[in-house]
Write a protein that binds this ligand. Structure first.
Ligand code: IMP
Length: 445
């Protein structure tokens, strides 16, 4: 598998970078999958280290489109091993649905996957609890993906009702855990919704045990395995899911996901020490999107937002929900870039902005009479933020076939340079379409 783009191979994915990470700098859906796919060719192992099947990555490969949710993007490459590390939450039923879709699409990839024995298992009660809790928040709902992600992480941190992959693959241990946990969960579910679903411990044990039998050969102590791989000079590629602004500690709490989705989560989620990562790449859309609730200062709840949504096909890969769209927020993106410590930025979906007379980028917020470039820690302040915009001329040309920066319309070049200036990080790559070749490597500075 080659990316067909020599300059990407030489400068963007240099063989001198043994451990690279790709992180989203906004609220997710930044087209990280394409960037990971471009880089996979130059690595030996691709690792997911947080989140679960709340993620959605679309990758075009050999003329087919693959929608990945839990599986690392590297799974498409027969030479590469893919790892679900300890920080991931795994729904085993979903894992095999996804693997079966890959297999029926001609990708026989089951033996390329390793799953950490330390990863936690999403069980049916996690989805049910999440639905009940979200319902109870009414208009304040977080707008989760309903995949049981947050409720599984809550049980992991709480410890009493957690099940790990190591437990799942020991039939007796798993059955005992389920029988112990189900009565407690049933009480909780009944309290939240007396008319709600009844859990059936036997059925859960049977269904999950079938998956466990198939999973067993893939289960490993991936932490030790990855550390050994590093020692042997293997090249590791870390695939972030969601985005920096959805990080549980540093994002727009409570409208966040339940994992460390900024660069901060890479080390705890994978077990690979920070010093091993040689390059952090941040991916930012040329505009901003958000799915679910929470403040969004540059949102365009109007015809312009709808135009971006249609041009960018901004509908959730996992849930199909229309994404909220707005102008690029350089305050938020700069925060994401600083937080994740990225060396450079990939600007994705620049082509979506073709055809606008004027474009805007938020360079500062005014919050309660004070102008700031700092991203606020409180959602109330972010909700009160009035964006102050830089206005830039647009361009009319279709740029989807352009592969050299100097061939872009002057206004598009200017837009990319402004992104670099306002976010404080060099732009390394610009994506102008979903295919690998629709990629512009920035000239050396
Ligand atoms: P959860 O991760 O399902 O708990 O959802 C929490 C918040 O994160 C919601 O606003 C979701 O829409 C958002 N979210 C979760 N995963 C993704 C993703 O992959 N892309 C974009 N937003 C996401």
């Amino acid at each position: 598998m080659t990316c067909g783009f020599p300059s990407v191979q030489s400068s963007f994915a240099s063989g001198t970078v043994p451990a690279t990470s790709v992180i989203g700098l906004q609220w997710g859906d930044e087209a990280k999958g394409k960037v990971v796919d471009l880089l996979t060719e130059h690595h030996d192992i691709v690792i997911r280290y947080q989140g679960g099947n709340n993620a959605g990555h679309t990758v075009r490969f050999d003329g087919r489109t693959y929608k990945l949710s839990l599986l690392p993007t590297g799974i498409l490459n027969a030479r590469v091993k893919s790892v679900l590390a300890p920080g991931v939450v795994v729904n085993p039923l979903v894992l095999f649905q996804e693997l079966d879709r890959m297999i029926s699409g001609g990708q026989d990839c089951e033996d390329r996957l390793l799953v950490s024995d330390r990863a936690h298992v999403i069980c049916p009660w996690h989805m049910l609890e999440e639905a009940a809790f979200e319902k109870s928040r009414g208009g304040e709902a977080i707008g989760t993906t309903m995949r049981g992600i947050g409720t599984c992480y809550r049980d992991k941190v709480g410890r009493f009702h957690a099940i790990r992959i190591a437990d799942l693959v020991q039939r007796d241990v798993f059955a005992a855990r389920v029988r112990e946990i189900v009565p407690v969960k049933q009480k909780l579910l009944d309290a939240l919704d007396p008319e709600g679903t009844r859990l059936n411990a036997d059925q859960i044990i049977d269904e999950y045990s079938v998956a466990a039998d198939r999973l067993r050969p893939m289960v490993a102590d991936t932490t030790a395995w990855l550390l050994d791989a590093l020692d042997r000079g293997k090249r590791l590629l870390f695939e972030g899911a969601q985005g920096s602004l959805l990080d549980i500690d540093h994002g727009t709490f409570p409208y966040v996901t339940s994992s460390s989705s900024s660069g901060c989560g890479l080390h705890s989620g994978s077990g690979v020490p920070a010093r091993a990562i040689e390059k952090m790449i941040g991916v930012a859309k040329a505009y901003t999107t958000r799915v679910g609730g929470g403040p969004f200062p540059t949102e365009l709840p109007d015809a312009t937002g709808e135009r971006i949504r249609r041009a960018g096909n901004e509908y959730g890969t996992v849930t199909g929900r229309p994404r909220r769209c707005g102008w690029l927020d350089a305050v938020a993106t700069r925060y994401g870039a600083r937080l994740s410590g990225v060396d450079s930025i990939v600007v994705s979906l620049l082509d979506v902005l073709s055809g606008f007379d004027e474009l805007q980028i938020c360079e500062a917020y005014e919050i309660n009479g004070t102008t700031t470039r700092d991203f606020p820690s409180r959602c109330q302040d972010l909700a009160a933020a009035r964006p102050s915009f830089v206005r830039l001329p647009g361009w009319t040309e279709d740029i989807t076939g352009i592969t050299q920066f100097h061939d872009l319309p002057e206004a598009a070049q200017n837009y990319v340079r402004t992104v670099a200036r306002l976010t404080g990080r060099p732009v390394e790559l610009v994506s102008v379409g979903p295919d690998r070749g629709q990629t512009i490597v920035m000239p050396e500075r």
